[in-house]
Design a protein around this ligand. Sequence first.
Ligand code: ASP
Length: 463
Amino acid sequence: MSDAQDAQNGYHGVSLATLRRFGVDVWSDVEIETSRGAFRGIILPRSEFDDSTHLVLKLKTGYNIGIEIRTITAIVELGKTEAHYKIPEKDFPVSPEKPSVTLLGTGGTIASRLDYRTGAVIPAFSPGELYGAVPELADICNLTTEKLFAVFSENMGPQEYITLAKAVGAEIEAGVDGIVIGHGTDTMHHTASALAFMVQTPPVPVVMVGSQRSSDRPSSDAALNLIYAMTTAATSDIAEVMVCMFGSTSDEYGLLHRGTRVRKMHSSYRSTFRTIGDIPLAAVTRAGVRPFRSDYNRRRDDREVGIHPFFEERISLLYYYPNMHPDIIDSLVDNGYKGIVIAGTGLGHVNKSIYPAIERAVSAGVAIYMTVQTLWGYVHMFVYDTGRDLMAKGVIPTENMLPEVAYIKLGWALGQTDDLDRVQEIMLTAICSEITEREPHDGYLVFQGGMPEIEEFLKKVNR
Ligand code: ASP
């Protein structure tokens, strides 16, 4: 069978020749000998994100691993697993009284694997496929989908942010009631802040969603996250760029986070997104959205939205570490970088030995901004000599802007102007809560764990 035929059958060009050479096939339960050791698991069809040099094996633990084909020395088939590769595609029911939502796809786990019942690994994206996999979606809205990219989120960057912002603008003008953006979780907070700056005061919710676990795993968060995100887009009064993801480690609710205050905080938990330096915007269940606060941009009937699609790519985010050498900064300047955000220690510090490099950078016209690697709290550069010295050299503190957000905002600001005074004005003027007047302590205490976890923890401590 040719690769093209395989692709039509849903195999996406998996190198079946390799499999057949060892007398096995997709869905074989196998023991694979490789030069790196032996592995036991089920051979999965390749998703559209995978390459042809790896074979994807589902281990007993539920994790999928990629095995480099050239390292394989033998494969023994132990059995076969029944699996349905294709999910039933059903016509998405349209009811005139339901709100209309557009799902813009960029890729990531949620787009590549969404069948939470059949256990198959599939790319589900059209409304019909999504309806086949998650029928509840039809109770929420009339759905349209548009696939903009199919990339893991580490491959998102300035060009994609701009395309996405323009697509959001076009959907708003076309009259949708809400927009959902399917995105890989790894860099969702970068894209969320880019969109928050590029799409200001939208009249409808713009909700980013992803999943930490693919839908072929029993603990997948894909379907619930999607239900929560669609519910938000269709019904929420909060019209901002938000991230909607699992709230607690149980599946009781999702949380809505502001695009400029959210961060991925755990590499594998489903409740990985946290609002930093504030409390989240709202909780969302199947019943609807429950705001925690009232200071948000409200849904409107008009179609007015300012799209500001700018980005200067030659900017950098430097995570300071003790013993950083000045040549790191020199090399950025020599390579024509226009702006640097430093994530400094404590209140916003770096070591003395890089001062001269900072001075050289500032006099070469490079904009340097300071954030804190503690994430919570403000940059305070008046407290110690180090901070005062750095400010005297031209380093500008950015209040409580998160390092990644300051990085994105600097790219966005320098994309609009080379005038560094204007850049500073843009950087230090809060546009969508990237800088806030104060950080509530309950946000720090409660929402880092999720309320049920805190209660459980306290029960144990008080026992
Ligand atoms: N690596 C993936 C991504 O960020 C993980 C995910 O989809 O959540 O695209």
